[in-house]
Design a protein around this ligand. Sequence first.
Ligand code: R5P
Length: 291
Amino acid sequence: MPDMDSVKQSKDYYLDIPQNMAAFFLKGSGSLGWGMENRLARIFNPTSGRTVMLAIDHGYFQGPTTGLERIDQTILPIVKYADSLMLTRGILRSLIPSYQNTPTVLRATGGISMMSAELSNEQLAMDIEEAIRLNASAVAIQVYIGAKYESQTIINMTRMVDQAMRYGIPVLGVTAVGKDMARDARYFRLATRILAELGAQIVKTYYVDEEFDTVCSACPVPIVMAGGKKLPELDALTMAYKAVQEGACGVDMGRNIFQSEKPAAMIQAVRSVVHNNEKPENALDLYRDLK
Ligand code: R5P
């Protein structure tokens, strides 16, 4: 039954207050459309503008990586501390409860193993309909700038960007480094910028001690820092601290969290650095308190 009474009695049109048109909070992300921005806002905390993404996708080419042998035992208890979870569709379907609410970033490339002579020979290993079926908040594509299959991996990414744009799904471009390649700011400026120019809405890269701020500055979309090999906790927290202070919009860390002696304490310490700008020494104290 239409409620004519309440329609007749209009209350207040707030004629003196302009409609709020707040700009989207992530760098380079203000013209992407509502669905994609909404997915990005699930991954990145709108208050801090940053994310703690927990990367557990290593098995896609390494098999049961140390710390990930039993994801149900080691990772499920700490998922609640992550802003987003980066993983493969196989682990998502087989081990992550569908009622959990942490946004997911699904790895969508593969085709090699750690036994392969040429790691860069990756292909697209998932299509966008699968990402939609699994309610992914983003998909991740690995790109090997300067490696033998550079072009193939770049085209993997641009194909996925084209597919994902149709449905408002962000693509995380992952800068992968071949075995012999130098990891310096010059390389990462080149790699991150190429990924952003070719359509990635988020770019993941490694930290470098020199000029990491220039890598972030030259990349027009948010950068998240990969953790790399396991370091002592203070070193990992220092690296995360420097990365966000120098312009990264968060971290996409794996081994430095799940290979820590106390992963739950470590991810909370990383959160304090990323979201609260906590100094590494204070974050280490938090880690020790929570251990
Ligand atoms: C490598 O297999 C994946 O891309 C990881 O997601 C990435 O390396 C981040 O994990 P970690 O912090 O362990 O380097």
